[in-house]
Write a protein that binds this ligand. Structure first.
Ligand code: ARG
Ligand code: ZN
Length: 875
């Protein structure tokens, strides 16, 4: 059941056109499919069978060129329908019945809050009808939907609406035609009673496009921001990439139950409503930013994903890495570029680096999989985007756009590979990217060790750089990669020293082309550098190791011309202090905090030239998980204590600054989600977070916190206070939680926040509370958003309580996995990763974690999804 990249073969048959007719019913939907097929293999060597994929389908009828197919002409099993000797060219008519209501996997056609909707990526179309459900089979589609008019006044599918009308018995129909050939994973339909926000815009060549966002009735007032983002995305793709929208209609539908964030179906994007709905009372600044990212991402897929798609699923990053890069660039152009970069790096390190270091490590272009849904990972998406970003850095914006232009010219309408993409970039720029391509095939995060040495007599500076990548499962030996490492040298005043390599012109930042395991670079005629600035802008997705003193780090925090490195130096400094603090905690000693860190933090805090959002990022200490990654054996209690101690030390030393900042940043203007206002709130709430350290002991700080909650006129501020309150064992905690529930009890998305907050509390009874909350009427195991909010937050964002020494967190996780697997394997598998990190812990925890993995694997009817993750995790 392992699928391998090297086994790829083109399909034996092509489907040219698909004509679908749906008779929609919640418990029974019939699907009639008429396929125009043509054989695509040398038939004189023998006629190959046609093997169509199908899953959980009830076959009602099948005929070929109008004649019912005799029993002997085909065979059927649990996941396929085989025609033994089909003709050269023919039409195949298939009628199947499915039960959307019973579809708790949310793959294929399902019902969410009475709305019919589909999710076909990666392999959901085969749960709708028998088909060649693979991305290199591209066809045009005509789709007829029939449903009860009262229950489903809105009937949508891909492309253009060509016909609609009434039918007998209160039913009606609509016919949609998509002129663009597409793979089955981009098919979609939606039917339900939905409200709609509409805006007509014009593309730059003058084509009017109707943008429509459909949501449940009563929620249309929360679609304004998503609509603005959609319009801005359309504009931006024209201006920056020269890519225009290609149809008269662009539909977006928000549903409450969705396995992932959203889906780029051709002209009918379907969204988790969390990434559409926003207003100040119910959405935080982070929610607004998430909407900006996801709406743009799905829109950008129209070119990078739909017009040009993937040949096979091993090429998933071809569309995902590139599209994440595009959405990151979009947000960077809309907001603060340095702050966006910092946030993206944080995310990469939180989700992708651990993946690369664990049992599920895989290359950006994987070599094998058991269940493709398990490969919608941070590696494919975020590391994939970093690989594209490095190409962008190597070629420059103009060169990159030249490559994009050639890529589109060559491959529009095709299903292609990552190699095809790199070839277009190389050919358009006349460069050789062979070594660079190793990034696609090699898993693991490269570690780059940098040593600098100044020779005062000669005025020369030598940098020696070595790169290594640790073995990952299935890849014992690693090759050196082409790593573009951006560096700078600072003089004693903190100014950049202009640098040259060879004959090139001098510049403040140099990109060193690391291509070998070990390389040296010499710079001549320099004053003695006071500090080296490494991996500026995070020019490559690596970990950098360099001997740096606290003084050097503080110097970089204060002076570096690259904002990313200023932030990074602070994170490095804080990480080093927390590692020391963990050691002290273990030895039962008082931790000491280097005053240089406190002074450097004060300098950033009070530097009025810095963006407020940047200062807020600089004040956010590295997460416990981030520090854990740097430990030989993870000690969750020690890290928690050390992080708490460092926060307290900063709070005590900078208390007056924080208090002043908190007062000064009070904003009486009405809420606006723009980046500047969000930055102001982020900084003020960071100050509040430090001040909350005193809340347990000092009544006036308690009042500040609860008043912050009460007076909040927006969800960002309200959540900021509540996040701090849930860690405090005070009566105010429950008062605020109850108040929140009373206010928002009937708003599903807001209740997700309420669940999530309680799950990440560091109070000792958190697991008990999580279990109790699973009985709450607003909770349901069948709703992915609920599961992720309550259970996902506990498992993935509460290391202290999840890793409780008695193993209670692990036992809860395993039991939950089995329950959830029966309902929704994709979601169950996605939550499993933390259990796979057992190698990082002490012997006692290792045993308990492994035992739970074994307990999961001992269950007979496990899904492929959970089986793959659990078995690989166990090793
Ligand atoms: N292509 C979608 C996106 O990146 C993700 C959908 C994947 N869904 C799944 N069940 N594997 O926006
Ligand atoms: Zn995507």
């Amino acid at each position: 059941q392992v699928i391998r990249r090297e086994d790829y073969r083109p399909p034996d048959y092509r489907i040219e056109h698909v004509d679908l007719a749906f008779e929609l019913g919640a418990e029974e939907t019939t699907v009639r499919s008429r396929l125009t097929l043509r054989s695509d293999h040398e038939r004189s060597q023998g006629i190959r069978p046609l093997v169509l994929h199908g899953e959980e389908l009830d076959l009602r009828a099948i005929s070929l060129d109008g004649e019912p197919l005799p029993d002997g002409a085909y065979s059927l099993d649990a996941d396929s329908l085989t025609l033994h000797e089909p003709p050269e060219a023919f039409t195949l008519e298939i009628e199947t019945a499915i039960n959307p209501k019973a579809n708790t996997q949310l793959s294929g056609l399902y019902v969410s809050n009475d709305v019919f909707c589909t999710q076909c990526e990666a392999e959901g179309f085969r749960r709708i009808t028998y088909f060649l459900d693979r991305p290199d089979v591209m066809a045009t589609y005509r789709t007829t939907l029939r449903a009860e008019r009262a229950a489903c006044p809105v009937l949508l599918s891909n492309g253009n609406l060509v016909e609609e009308g009434d039918l007998e018995g209160g039913r009606h129909y609509a016919v949609w035609e998509d002129p663009f050939r597409k793979p089955s994973y981009l098919f979609a339909l939606v039917a339900g009673d939905l409200a709609c926000n509409e805006r007509v815009v014009e593309t730059r060549s003058g084509r009017p496009v109707r943008l429509r966002i459909f949501v449940e009735h009563g929620k249309e007032g929360r679609t304004g921001y998503a609509m603005d983002v959609l319009e801005r995305s359309l504009r931006w793709d024209e201006e920056r990439f020269g890519l225009e929208y290609d149809l008269d209609l662009f539909n977006v539908v928000a549903v409450s139950d969705f396995n992932m964030g959203a889906m780029e179906n051709k002209s009918l994007n379907v969204f988790n409503d969390k990434y559409i709905l926003a207003d100040p009372e119910t959405a935080t600044d982070a929610d607004y930013a998430g909407i900006e990212t996801v709406v743009a991402h799905e829109y950008f897929h129209n070119w990078t994903g739909n017009r040009i798609t993937c040949r096979d699923w091993f090429q998933l990053s071809l569309k995902e890495g590139l599209t994440v890069f595009r959405d990151q660039e979009f947000s960077s152009d809309m907001r603060s570029r340095p702050v966006k970069r910092i946030q993206d790096v944080r995310r990469l390190r939180a989700a992708q680096f651990p993946e690369d270091a664990g049992p599920l490590a895989h290359p950006v272009r994987p070599d094998s999989y058991i269940e493709i849904n398990n490969f919608y990972t941070a590696t494919i998406y975020e590391k994939g985007a970093e690989v594209i970003r490095m190409l962008h850095g190597l070629l420059g914006e103009a060169g990159f756009q030249k490559g994009m232009k050639l890529y589109v010219e060559r491959h529009d309408g095709q299903a292609v590979t990552c190699d095809d993409f790199v070839a277009a970039m190389a050919d358009a720029n006349g460069v050789d990217l062979e070594r660079f391509k190793r990034w696609y095939g090699q898993a693991g995060t490269p570690e780059v060790q940098v040593n600098g040495c100044y020779d005062a007599q000669r005025g020369s500076y030598d940098l020696t750089v070595t790169q290594t990548t640790r073995p990952t499962p299935g890849q014992e030996t690693k090759e050196p990669l082409h790593i573009p490492l951006a560096i700078g040298l600072l003089d004693g005043q903190g100014r950049d020293i202009p640098l040259t390599l060879g004959e090139g012109p001098a510049s403040d930042t140099l990109v060193l082309p690391l291509c070998e395991e070990r390389q040296s670079f010499r710079f001549e005629g320099l004053p003695k550098p006071a500090a080296v600035s490494l991996n500026r802008g995070f020019s490559a997705p690596i970990t950098v190791r360099a001997e740096q003193s606290g003084t050097e780090r503080a110097f970089l925090m204060a002076h570096d011309s690259d904002p990313f490195v200023r932030w990074e130096a602070g994170q490095d400094f804080a990480t080093a202090l927390m590692l020391e603090g963990s050691e002290a905690w273990r030895a039962g000693e008082e931790p000491s905090v280097d005053p240089a860190f406190i002074e450097a933090t004060r300098a950033i805090l009070t530097d009025s030239r810095l963006e407020q959002a940047f200062i807020a990022e600089a004040l956010a200490l590295p997460s416990e998980d981030y520090v854990a990654e740097r430990m030989e054996v993870v000690n969750v209690e020690a890290i928690h204590a050390a992080r708490g101690a460092l926060k307290r030390a900063l709070a005590e030393a900078l208390r007056a600054d924080f208090a002043q900042l908190y007062e000064r940043l009070h904003d009486s203007a009405p809420y606006s989600p723009d980046a500047e206002a969000a930055g102001r709130r982020a900084l003020r709430n960071a100050a509040l977070s430090y001040l909350s350290v005193f809340a347990e002991a000092e009544p006036q700080e308690r009042v500040r916190l609860i008043e912050h909650y009460r007076q909040a006129d927006n969800m960002t501020d309200r959540m900021a206070a509540l996040r701090l309150l849930v860690d405090l064992d005070l009566p105010e905690r429950q008062e605020a939680l109850d108040d929140f529930e009373n206010r928002f009890g009937d708003d599903a998305l807001v209740m997700d926040k309420w669940f999530a907050l309680q799950a990440v509390s560091d109070l000792p009874d958190t697991l008990e509370r999580v279990k109790a909350l699973m009985q709450h009427p607003a909770f349901s195991l069948e709703r992915p958003n609920k599961v992720r909010a309550l259970i996902g937050s506990f498992i993935a964002a509460n290391p202290l309580r999840y890793h409780a020494a008695d193993g209670s967190g692990y036992a809860f996780h395993a039991a939950l996995t089995l329950k959830l697997d029966a309902l929704n394997p994709q979601v169950a598998a996605r939550l499993l990763a933390p259990l796979g990190r057992w190698r990082r812990f002490d012997a006692g925890r290792q045993e308990k974690m492994k035992a739970e993995l074994q307990r999961i694997l001992a269950v007979p009817k496990l899904s492929r999804d959970v089986y793959e993750i659990a078995s690989k995790a166990l090793g």
